[in-house]
Design a binder for this molecule. Structure first.
Ligand SMILES: [Zn+2]
Length: 447
């Protein structure tokens, strides 16, 4: 009980429509809004880890195929990686804005730290990980604690209240804003609206994070859990090639990756792909890119991600600069990707946020995967190292006549990468098919 008493909680006032038994809005101070904003700074790997709370087979909510990818990476043995640290980076990615999270009233990701390791020979190099070999021949062993740079808050000090809709649109509180929100939900007055004060726990914040990625009614899902009507986000069908915009001409050319896919000819479904280490490294970055950066890149072609999390992102965009701490607004909207968390060939054209020029790259040759190595990636993003044993098993499990199977090579550039990333986040079992099938060569007419 003692531990329970120490756990910090946050007050939140909910407005509940009695008739539909739905949270129509919440009123909160900046402390709660900052927790919502912090969701956008979390890398996907962290989101999967905290929403699974140590048991990746039983997440509170599955997020597309990302849980499969995370579990597959977790299962890969050390020989599949350059070093053990490479696996750690992907499973426990660093939040590039971790310095902001230190002041949150409830911090759901405790992995960020300002403890570093320094070279035993007292040279300048340091690392987040112990026991690396230093370029001078020494070993990185001595711990040191750096001051937290720019330990600011997402929002300016003040007791302003904010109004949050069930689908996570956030506005500074004002009676007319609330009236408009309720009117848009088909309500004509405050009759039938009950107020409920809740003390939000850490578990509820974690559940809210998970629901924000898959639901249109995140607050109701968390605070009225007995409500049977969940409003799952209906993500639009995968885009066809023709609806995708091409990369703007003034942007730097993006690297491309070749991916050999095996498809079922009669259904045009991608059964699996044969991935090189370069492609595996690219898939690893699906877990290391912060959520805000993911929505930032998806906005190039897809208008974002959809669902509550997109509303949260748009709210940050639309809130006036004056509400935010110095560079907080632009940081949340695009935190880039943490240093040494990107792959060598990144078709998404993302840059790393350099934390310090004195940090050593924990990955030899800037790669995650040990080489030379091939992986088989299933449609649901389960990944295994390719070996003859698993090949025959896969063929057995697919139960397909060999005559109905065809290989094709897809060149994964920016559009293909964006489409695959979106499908990985929104499709529960067919990320490869939903993300890449529209890029397959059209079937040749039978002679
Ligand atoms: Zn050294």
């Amino acid at each position: 009980m003692a531990a329970k008493q120490q756990e910090s909680r946050l007050s939140l006032k909910l407005l509940i429509d009695e008739k539909s038994n739905r949270v129509v809005a919440a009123e909160a101070h900046k402390e709660f809004v900052e927790i919502l904003f912090s969701f956008l700074t979390l890398p996907m790997g962290t989101i999967i880890r905290v929403t699974s709370s140590g048991d990746t087979k039983n997440p509170v909510t599955s997020i597309g195929c990302m849980n499969n990818l995370y579990r597959a990476v977790e299962k890969l043995s050390n020989e599949n990686w350059q070093t053990e640290n490479c696996k750690t980076i992907v499973l426990r990615p660093r939040n590039p804005l971790g310095n902001y999270s230190q002041k949150l009233k409830l911090n759901i990701d405790e992995s960020w730290s300002n403890t570093y390791y320094r070279c035993s020979r007292c040279c300048i190099w340091m690392s987040w990980y112990p026991n690396l070999s230093c370029t001078c021949g020494g070993k990185i062993t001595r711990t040191t604690t750096a001051g937290i740079k720019n330990e600011g808050a997402f929002l300016q000090k003040g007791r302003t209240m904010f109004i949050i809709s069930d689908d996570l649109q956030i506005r500074p509180s004002c009676p007319s804003v609330l009236a408009q929100l309720l009117y848009n939900l088909g309500l004509s007055d405050m009759d039938g609206i009950r107020e409920m004060l809740v003390e939000v726990s850490k578990e509820q914040v974690i559940f809210l994070l998970a629901r924000s990625l898959v639901s249109e009614s995140a607050l109701s899902d968390v605070f009225l859990p007995n409500n049977p009507t969940k409003h799952e986000t209906k993500f639009p069908k995968p885009e066809t090639e023709s609806t995708l915009q091409t990369t703007e001409q003034n942007e730097a050319p993006t690297p491309t990756l070749n991916l050999q896919v095996t498809l079922n000819k009669s259904t045009n479904k991608i059964l699996f792909a044969k991935a090189t280490n370069e492609f595996f490294d690219f898939l690893c970055t699906f877990l290391t890119i912060p959520l805000g950066s993911i929505i930032h890149v998806l906005k190039r072609n897809f208008g974002g991600l959809g669902g509550c999390i997109n509303n949260l992102y748009t709210s940050v965009e639309e809130l006036e600069d004056k509400w935010f701490g110095s560079s907080a607004k632009s940081d949340i909207l695009n935190a880039w990707i943490a240093q040494y968390h990107n792959c060598k060939k990144q078709p998404l054209n993302l840059d790393e946020l350099i934390e310090s020029k004195l940090l050593l790259d924990p990955r030899p040759n800037q790669n995650f995967a040990g080489e030379p190595l091939l992986f088989v990636v299933l449609d649901n993003l389960d990944v295994k190292p390719l070996s003859s044993a698993s090949s025959s098993l896969i063929l057995r499990e697919l139960k397909l006549p060999f005559s109905d199977v065809e290989d094709q090579v897809i060149t994964v550039g920016m559009n293909e990468a964006l489409s695959l990333l979106k499908a990985a986040l929104t499709s529960p079992s067919s990320a490869l098919t939903n993300g890449l099938a529209s890029f397959l060569q059209k079937k040749k007419l039978e002679a």
